[in-house]
Every structure is written in structure tokens, then in C-alpha cells.
Design a protein around this ligand. Structure first.
Ligand code: 5AD
Ligand code: SF4
Length: 482
């Protein structure tokens, strides 16, 4: 066991103290004037998000605060006065791509020295990366980690008060992972709104950097979540996406005893016609109680993202996943018994250190058995500081790419077959928008997450409609509106 794992203790979930949030509101007001003074006009803000839904939700908070500081949303990066990149550390190529993209911002800064460039997110929680940025990208004035996201008004205020460069990144175990409540959020347009229910991760899967950069798991208080869910519904959103690294362990450390299944029931009980989705579920904490709640529910989508990562028990053990293939399949079978229409999606890592081709074949066999609706596949990427990064890894990247392609071919065939088998079925669809270049056609999202296109002149976005599937292709359906 790593030290970090031994140090995990059940702690009380805590929010950022109210006074600190009030202070940020005050600074947002002050920054309004200071920003206009620096730019000479109303500043335009641009936030670019890399990585997962968690980062998307954080970016909505960043934009919310920037708008409150008097900015307007820029329509492109080139015309922006404040540019913030919210970064992802999950795989090495994401980091390499990010660094080269940041390099390109140098030109914008040279053309207009008044613009403000900032970097935040998971990459900024790694000392090595931060050092590199400080050395090689002097035009980046603002660097901050995930734990201090809510202090953006203070950080910008320091810049506006004359500091040349402001940096506040999480280092080591010294700082707590507190949840900020009551800050503005600029939500995405469309039908779906994200709602963060927890932060951090205590699982320490051996390949994963997240517990190191996002810190210990903390759950938001259920009342705060319900308050935000009501707010989202009052704004007219039709789908709530509950977010957490491991939503199934929601409630750990809270004063109020509550499980994720119970939280779902409380959200379900809110008035209105809306859908609930959630991610990510960890199979080790997925309970029958949870599956029963989903099965009984009229609002929770019968579509579950349940990352398996590997179909081999030995590899799962090395990954520190705390479940077996048999346990995983028993969850799938139980859910299918309770909900014959349930669909699953998954994440799979190909080429974990020491994985043999024979073990990889066990993953292929599991995928054939489960028949996922869709999967997110990744070639293993060593992350410095994680346990897996120290394991012997004899299979080269080229060979792993071949395995990945084999897996993708299997999944493509399954998707084609299952989507074809959906022909004739009736689906409840949430209408999203017009189909580009197809006069009179709209598209919507089925409960299983699939896109369906159908002829529907003048139908309103955000409505639930019934569509009969007439054609199932690899990644979308066509249908007729009933
Ligand atoms: N290499 C490859 N894939 C990874 N993931 C997490 N860490 C790594 C890594 N080091 C994948 C897992 C996880 C998803 C979000 O990213 O499949 O579920
Ligand atoms: Fe990473 Fe595992 Fe935590 Fe997911 S559950 S964020 S894969 S450590």
C-alpha cells in the first residue's frame, strides 16, 4: 500500500467557509472596474476545457465568476482578452498536446500585451508541470490548481493590483479539498446541466493520477445538491447529469447518513418532467439497492456507465480495482433482470503493464458477453507517481495499438448489430436541435444516449417525444415521430 492510501481517513465533508465566499463576491465587484481600466473596454473571456465532465463543470464555475467580474463571453479565442485553459492530466498525450497548444498563445500575447492568459485544472496540480510552465511560458500570468478554483477573483485581483505573475497550486497533502458553495455558474446551453455531487477520489486505481491531483473524496451536502437541482430545473433544463469520480460512494464522511441511491430518490422526487444521468460509477461500490432505485425510477435513465477497465481478474487486481470479473458480471445480470431495457457503457484500458495477449482476450470476451452500447478505450499511459508507472511494461505501443484496434472492431460489430436490432422499437426522445443541412429534420437523445434523427418540422427543443426507430446505424438512429 502507498502512504497516501494509508492516510485516507473518513473525514467530514466541509464547504469553503462562508466568509471566504463572501470575500470572493466582494473581489468580483472590485475586479469589474479594474479589468475595464486595464483593457480599456468590456473584457471578453474565453475558457477552454480539456478532459472530463468534471472539468467541464469547473469551467462553468470559472466562466460564471468571469461574467460576474463584468466580462462577456468571447466568440473566439483570438478575440478574447482573458483566456483560461482548464487542463487534464489523465494521459500523457493530453498533456503533450496541451503544452503545444499553450505555446501557440504566445503570438496572441505578443499582439496584445494586455490580454491575460491563465492555466488551471489537473495538470496544474503537478509540481513538475508547473515548474515547466513557469520556466518556458513566461506569458502565462495566472496558474492555479483545482483546490483554489473558487479564489479566482482573488487571484485576478492580485494580477490587477500589479503582481506580474500569480500562482496558487496545490502541493502535497497540506491543503484540504473543500467544496465551494454559492458561487455563480455559467451553464452550457441545451437540455443538459451538470451538477457536481462530490469531489476528489480515494480509490487509487494503480494507473490513475486523479487521486493525486484532485485530492481526497468529499461529498456535497444533500441540501445543497437539491437546492442546485431545483435551480437547474427552474432554468428549464430537462436533464441533470450528476458528477463525481465515484458517485457510488457518495455520502462518505457526511454528518447526514445518506447513500447515492437515497440521493437519487430525493432528486427523483423533485417536480417536473426531466431525466437524471450520473457518472462515474465504480463497480466495487455499485449496490443492488442502487440498481433497484434505477429500475423503479421514471426519471433516472436506464443507461449506466460502469467502467470495467479489464476482463482479467489478475489485471483487475494489479489495477487495484477491488472487484472481480464475476462480481462485475453479476451486477450486469442483476440490472438486466430488473430492467430488460438497460444499456451499459464502459471504459477500457488496453495494455496495462504486464497484461498479456491472453488476458486482453478476456477483456474481448467480456465485451462480447456484456454487449456495451458504447465504450471509451484508452491505451495505458504511465503517469509519474502512480504505482503502475513502476511496473514492468514489456509490450510496445505498436502492439497495444493492434490490440486496441481488435477491440474496436468487436465493439463496432456489436454496435451495428444491436442498433439494427433496435429497428421498430419505440424510444422516448429529448429533442435537442435542428439537423444541419437537412431541411425539416431534428435530432434528439434517446434514454440510452444514442442520437436519433427524425423529420419534425417546427417541434420545440427541450420537449420529450416518442420516436419509432426505422434505421439503426453504428453510431446513430433514424426514426419517425409518433
Ligand atoms: N492510462 C490510460 N487510461 C487511463 N484512464 C485513467 N488513467 C489512465 C491511464 N493512466 C482511463 C480509465 C478511466 C478513464 C476516465 O480514463 O479508463 O476510467
Ligand atoms: Fe481514477 Fe480509479 Fe478514482 Fe476513477 S476511481 S478517478 S479510475 S482512481
Amino acid at each position: 500500500m502507498l502512504n497516501e492510501e494509508l492516510q485516507i481517513e473518513q473525514k467530514r465533508a466541509t464547504s469553503v467557509p462562508r466568509e471566504e465566499i463572501m470575500r470572493q463576491w466582494e473581489l468580483m465587484g472590485q475586479n469589474r472596474e479594474l479589468l475595464v481600466r486595464r483593457m480599456g473596454y468590456t473584457p471578453r473571456a474565453w475558457v477552454r476545457t480539456f478532459g472530463c465532465q468534471g472539468n467541464v463543470a469547473d469551467s462553468e464555475k470559472i466562466m460564471g465568476m468571469l461574467l460576474d467580474m463584468g466580462c462577456v463571453q468571447a466568440t473566439s479565442e483570438k478575440e478574447a482578452d482573458i483566456i483560461i485553459y482548464n487542463t487534464c492530466a489523465i494521459r500523457e498525450n493530453a498533456e503533450i498536446r496541451l503544452l503545444s497548444t499553450v505555446g501557440e498563445l504566445k503570438r496572441l500575447k505578443a499582439a496584445n500585451p494586455n490580454i491575460m492568459i491563465g492555466l488551471c485544472g489537473c495538470m496544474m496540480q503537478q509540481e513538475g508541470i508547473v515548474m515547466q510552465i513557469r520556466r518556458s511560458y513566461p506569458f502565462v500570468e495566472l496558474i492555479f490548481g483545482t483546490h483554489v478554483l473558487h479564489t479566482l477573483p482573488k487571484l485576478i485581483n492580485r494580477l490587477l493590483s500589479g503582481e506580474r505573475r500569480v500562482m496558487d497550486c496545490y502541493e502535497g497533502e497540506g491543503r484540504e479539498n473543500l467544496i465551494p458553495e454559492g458561487l455563480p455558474i455559467k451553464r452550457a446551453q441545451g437540455n443538459q446541466a451538470s451538477l457536481q455531487i462530490m469531489n476528489g477520489c480515494d480509490n487509487f486505481c494503480s494507473y490513475c493520477i486523479v487521486p493525486y491531483v484532485r485530492g481526497r473524496e468529499v461529498s456535497r451536502k444533500p441540501d445543497e445538491i437539491i437546492r442546485e437541482a431545483k435551480e437547474i430545473l427552474a432554468m428549464g433544463y430537462k436533464e441533470i447529469l450528476l458528477l463525481g469520480q465515484n458517485v457510488n460512494s457518495y455520502g462518505k464522511g457526511l454528518d447526514e447518513k445518506i447513500t447515492f441511491a437515497q440521493l437519487l430518490e430525493r432528486i427523483e422526487a423533485l417536480k417536473g418532467d426531466f431525466r437524471i444521468r450520473f457518472m462515474t460509477s465504480h463497480p466495487k461500490d455499485c449496490t443492488k439497492e442502487l440498481i433497484d432505485v434505477i429500475a423503479r425510477s421514471k426519471k433516472i435513465c436506464h443507461s449506466i456507465h460502469l467502467p470495467v477497465q479489464s476482463g482479467s481478474d489478475r489485471v483487475l487486481g494489479q489495477m487495484n480495482r477491488h472487484y472481480t470479473r464475476e462480481h462485475y458480471l453479476s451486477l450486469i445480470n442483476y440490472a438486466r433482470e430488473k430492467m430488460p431495457d438497460v444499456t451499459f457503457t464502459t471504459d477500457i484500458i488496453v495494455g496495462f503493464p504486464g497484461e498479456t495477449y491472453k488476458e486482453f482476450q478476456q477483456t474481448i470476451a467480456l465485451c462480447k458477453q456484456v454487449r456495451y452500447q458504447a465504450m471509451f478505450t484508452f491505451i495505458y499511459s504511465p503517469r509519474p507517481g502512480t504505482r503502475a508507472a513502476t511496473m514492468p511494461d514489456p509490450i510496445d505501443y505498436k502492439e497495444k495499438t493492434k490490440w486496441l484496434n481488435e477491440l474496436l472492431a468487436v465493439q463496432h460489430q456489436i454496435s451495428e448489430e444491436d442498433n439494427k436490432a433496435a429497428q421498430g422499437k419505440l424510444m422516448r426522445v429529448l429533442v435537442e436541435d435542428k439537423v444541419q443541412n437537412k431541411e425539416g429534420w431534428m435530432y434528439g437523445i434517446c434514454e440510452n444516449g444514442m442520437v436519433v434523427k427524425f423529420m419534425a418540422e417546427g417541434i420545440q427543443k427541450g420537449r420529450f417525444v416518442d420516436v419509432k426507430i426505422t434505421k439503426g446505424m453504428r453510431s446513430e438512429y433514424e426514426g419517425v415521430l409518433l
